[in-house]
Write a protein that binds this ligand. Structure first.
Ligand code: ADP
Length: 647
């Protein structure tokens, strides 16, 4: 076994790898960018090396030679790449090996063979693995591709051959939409992967995404059963589970064999995932699955497989990379119970799932789940990397029990300081179709309105925020409280931009009456009973406060702001005349020009941030007064890009 390894990654996966390394007595070296000096993975590692000359991945976590030099300098014998960054980069693997180090993962050759979706498909066809009908050749002429799409038959899917994470992928329903979709897929593919090439595939109706976890030692491969990742939003996984609901023994065996065949065809070593698309329209059938791609690394969702098999996949990675043969044979592997993983992100769901940034003023997970997280309370979600806060993983003896544990774990997760998708995840966990195991990749889009409904804010919540704002939660009657001359007080709070006033009459240390001048019929009576506050019969939820932001941990975290009623800006709401950058990013295109008449919802600019393109829309009908940015501008959050004429 290695004495010391370097982890060429950051965030939760770097921490995850370090946890196992530590239990195996293997020392760890972290690398970190300018933006990550204070990050959790740096604190966890035995040693840490600063890399690069800037926070952007290209200036830090993607610097192959520097990372290898750090490994040499610190005496690490092997490099674990995590996922993303350099994990599927064959040149990196070659360079690691040329430096006399071990790459914890497959060979460069195996990665190359699976690296591009088109070549991988051809190879899999040869190995007798079923693949989705489509065009995956070299001709990239737009007219030719449109013709191929016609031959395949609409709807079709355009996919970046270098794709990953759903980027560079477009669903095209009819031929008239093909050309636009192609252009935008190619644009996104160029930005994300530096390769505009695409392939065209038949779009499977009611598709389910079921993938097989495989593990090889270069000679033999076993599979560790399947994961169902059908709950997706725009082709990005949201909640994953294992095993797949409705899976039959016959189909599991067929898929497992196909996964093993795919891995053995390329002499696979290490952890890998063979992704299949499954036609869910007529239930699961052993002949109803097709190869999509193989991910030649550890996947984000590997913990659900660990939960049902009891195997630590990172331990296997280290053992096999250090020269051991497969730690178990197929017959020794079995499934126990059911597991779910939910991806908790800093994102603004009402604003179309816009990635968010911010400092986590509070972060707490309940004890009945596994939280794989790369951040701690006090850490910052920066605009430079994926805004994942944590993965919340639960296990139970049955799917029903595991799902109810997921609901409970999400409800008890507390995040302060940034908006999150927690309420959305909670709504999904409570979705009746999902509960029934009726999953397909369209489920989220079909029920998006229901799943993204803002949580109810009650007057008890408002009173709770008021108590926090005025310091009336922990008040001690004997320690100065009586110094107040006025026992009636009021506070202005805002919730999602709506400002309201709350007034309180303090009736001793253990009783308060809250009222809301704008809703005179509402009253909240707060009583402290045996030291605990009860508001109209409901217990006071936990809360946290950072500056003027109060988070009430009920309904997945309700954020209130304490506002100064004299501060007009805070109460006026957004300026609908301005189209502003919601986060730092690169202006990809501006469609507006002075004098142009626009309608509410018209796309006026495209901002590229966090590797994704975001459309910026007009907030109202109007006429463009001024364009304040040009293509190629790097802008800060809040920068005005377009101004409309006053109404
Ligand atoms: P990426 O590598 O960008 O993640 P994948 O090829 O893995 O792309 O596909 C991502 C998701 O897109 C799948 O999980 C599935 O939901 C959907 N998808 C992919 N191919 C098809 C298809 N042929 N028909 C229907 N949906 C598909």
């Amino acid at each position: 076994m290695f004495d010391k390894i370097l982890i060429a990654n950051r965030g939760e996966i770097a921490c995850r790898v370090m946890e196992t390394a530590r239990t195996m007595g293997v020392k760890t070296v972290a690398v970190y960018s300018d933006a990550d000096r204070e990050a959790k993975h740096v604190a966890m590692a035995d040693e840490a090396c600063h890399i690069g000359h800037g926070p952007a991945p290209a200036d830090s976590y993607l610097l192959r030679d520097e990372i290898i030099a750090m490994a040499k300098a610190t005496g690490a014998q092997a490099i674990h790449p995590g996922y993303g960054f350099l994990s599927e980069n064959p040149e990196f693997v070659d360079a690691v090996e040329a430096a006399g180090l071990t790459f914890i993962g497959p060979s460069a050759d195996a990665i190359r063979k699976m690296g591009l979706k088109d070549a991988a498909k051809a190879l899999m066809e040869e190995a007798g693995v079923p693949v989705v009908p489509g065009y995956h050749g070299a001709n990239q002429d737009a007219g030719f591709l449109a013709e191929e799409a016609g031959k395949i038959g609409y709807p079709v899917l355009i996919k970046a051959v270098a794709g990953g994470g759903g980027k560079g992928m477009r669903l095209v329903e009819k031929s008239a939409e093909f050309e636009d979709a192609l252009r935008s897929a190619q644009g996104e593919a160029t930005t994300a992967f530096g390769n505009p090439d695409v392939l065209i595939e038949k779009y499977i109706q009611q598709p389910r995404h079921i993938e097989v976890q495989v593990f090889g030692d270069g000679t033999h491969t076993v599979h560790l059963f399947e994961r169902d990742c059908s709950l997706q939003r725009r082709h990005q996984k949201v909640i994953e589970e294992a095993p797949a609901p409705g899976m039959t023994a016959e189909m599991r065996e067929a898929m497992g064999h196909a996964g093993v065949r795919a891995a053995e065809a390329i002499g696979y070593k290490g952890a890998g995932t063979v992704e299949f698309i499954v036609d869910g329209s007529e239930g699961l059938r052993p002949d109803g699955f097709w190869f999509m791609e193989m991910n030649t690394r550890l996947q984000v969702e590997h913990p659900v497989t660990e939960a049902i098999t009891g195997i630590d996949l990172v331990e296997w990675q280290l053992r096999v990379a250090s020269g051991e043969t497969l730690p178990a044979q197929q017959g020794e592997l079995s499934i126990s119970g059911h597991a779910f993983e939910a991806r908790l992100y800093a994102e603004d769901v009402p604003k179309g799932f816009l990635p968010a940034t911010g400092t986590l003023t509070h972060l707490e997970f309940p004890p009945n789940c596994r939280a794989d997280s790369g951040v701690r309370a006090g850490d910052t979600i920066s605009p430079w990397y994926d805004p994942m806060i944590s993965k919340v993983i639960v296990h139970g003896p049955t799917r029903e029990v595991a799902l109810s544990r997921l609901s409970q774990a999400l409800a008890a997760t507390e995040v302060g300081g940034t908006v999150t998708n927690l309420a959305f995840l909670g709504a999904l966990a409570a979705h009746d179709g999902f509960a029934a195991g009726d999953v397909d990749t369209g489920l989220i889009a079909r029920d998006l309105d229901r799943l993204t409904q803002a949580p109810e804010v009650s007057f008890e919540h408002r009173a709770a925020a008021g108590m926090q704002a005025l310091g009336l939660v922990d008040l001690d009657w004997h320690a100065g409280f009586t110094l107040w001359s006025d026992l009636r007080r009021s506070v202005h709070l805002s919730y999602q931009g709506e400002v309201f006033e709350a007034t309180v009459e303090v009736d001793g240390a253990d009783r308060q009456i809250w009222e809301f001048p704008a809703s005179p019929e509402e009253q909240v009576c707060a009583n402290r009973i045996a030291g605990a506050w009860v508001l109209n019969g409901l217990s006071l939820p936990p809360m946290s406060q950072a500056d003027n932001v109060i988070t009430v941990y009920d309904g997945y975290g309700l954020q209130f702001e304490v506002v100064d009623p004299l501060d007009r800006d805070a109460t006026a709401g957004g300026d609908k005349n301005l189209i502003e950058a919601p986060m730092p990013g690169l202006v990809k295109a501006v469609f507006a020009e002075a004098g142009l008449a626009v309608k509410e919802g018209d796309r006026l600019a495209i901002l590229e941030a966090m590797k994704m393109e975001h459309s910026l829309l007009a907030a109202r009908d109007g006429v463009v007064a001024e364009v304040l940015a040009v293509d190629g501008d790097q802008v800060e959050a809040g920068a005005a890009l377009v101004r409309l004429e006053e109404d």
